[in-house]
Ligand binder design. Structure first.
Ligand code: AMP
Ligand code: MG
Length: 315
């Protein structure tokens, strides 16, 4: 159910959970100091309790309140990229409830670049906000997606479609070398330029890898539509009727309603990806074939798209 701004603030203050827009995807917001509200978030999403939440702030001083021993790199990156799609992992202040961080001594913090989100957080205080989908489903990039998962009962602050469409880049500032734990719209090149030092780029971890997973959420299945998602090298001459094809490189394309071409516009593909996943299910496609992405280190979206699409592929 769509709610107005004032109701959103009141509901959060009362300990309720609401969905609100950010520039990446919609978040399921709760007061970051209210343990019961945060419990409700986990229950609503069906999210495992060892998968910690990102705390959303609207100022650096709010970030300072929930953390400690912030390194210089934090200030440099906040100055360069906040508000924006960058989540920073830093030491948590002991006052932050354990339920927020899944018992970790670190906390994930981000300042979203969305006027409604910033205004809401300024009035309600820091919000924990995982993506507003049911656990395992693609993240919502418009209010309809939230209704698909929850029905019309969840209060939603409507901000239309989100502009980026994929979740934030997560950078761990607590390891010796800053390390990308999840790729997003801000690339390792931009980050190391802003920091003036090397960072460890994102490395896909294999499911069974014995090394401990630093970002607990990355070990769970995500972003998955019901249709089977598969990479393809080339579009076949004859298309399967029950499959949707997403392509970007080929010039001469068959004119078919189950084929969507993005040319080289990977930002547009990122913005639409989860909507494509959800509409493919709605239209009862059984498969989604996606043409392999080129290796272009400089295109910030490619690493994030590769990560999300690979996770959506049935392994
Ligand atoms: P979501 O909110 O659904 O976008 O997922 C948040 C992601 O942030 C998950 O992959 C979490 O594992 C990750 N995350 C949250 N807090 C931490 C933390 N303290 N250390 C490492 N990763 C974190
Ligand atoms: Mg999520």
């Amino acid at each position: 159910m769509i709610i107005d701004f004032q109701s959103a603030v009141e509901l959060i203050k009362k300990g309720d959970v609401i969905a609100f827009p950010t520039e990446t995807v919609y978040g399921l917001g709760a007061d970051a100091n209210n343990i019961l509200a945060i419990k409700k978030t986990y229950e609503l999403k069906g999210r495992p309790s060892d998968n910690p939440l990102i705390v959303h702030v609207s100022s650096v001083s709010q970030a300072e309140d929930i953390t400690r021993n912030l390194p210089e790199s934090f200030y440099k990156l906040a100055e360069s990229f906040w508000p924006g799609p960058l989540t920073l992992i830093v030491e948590k202040n002991p006052s932050v409830p354990d339920i927020v961080t899944g018992g970790l001594s670190t906390v994930a913090v981000r300042m979203p670049n969305h006027p409604l989100a910033l205004k809401l957080i300024t009035q309600s205080g820091p919000l924990t906000a995982p993506s507003a989908n049911k656990s395992g489903k693609p993240s919502p990039t418009k209010p309809e997606h939230i209704w698909q998962d929850y029905g019309d009962v969840l209060p939603v602050l409507d901000g239309g479609s989100t502009t980026i469409g994929l979740e934030s880049t997560i950078l761990d500032l607590t390891s010796e070398l800053p390390e990308i734990l999840r790729p997003g719209a801000i690339s390792n090149i931009e980050l190391s330029e802003a920091l003036g030092e090397k960072i460890r780029p994102f490395q896909e971890k294999k499911f069974n890898e014995p090394k401990p997973v630093k970002s607990p959420g990355t070990k769970y299945t995500h972003y998955k539509p019901d249709a089977e998602v598969k990479w393809i090298r080339k579009i076949p001459k004859s298309l399967e009727i029950k499959a949707l094809y997403i392509v970007h490189s080929q010039k001469k394309l068959p004119n078919a309603k189950n084929l969507i071409s993005y040319g080289g516009n990977f930002k547009a593909l990122a913005k639409d990806l989860y909507d494509i996943f959800r509409s493919a299910d709605h239209q009862q496609y059984e498969k989604i074939y996606i043409e392999e992405l080129p290796e272009q280190q400089k295109d910030t979206m490619i690493s994030a798209l590769n990560n999300r699409i690979s996770k959506a592929c049935n392994e």
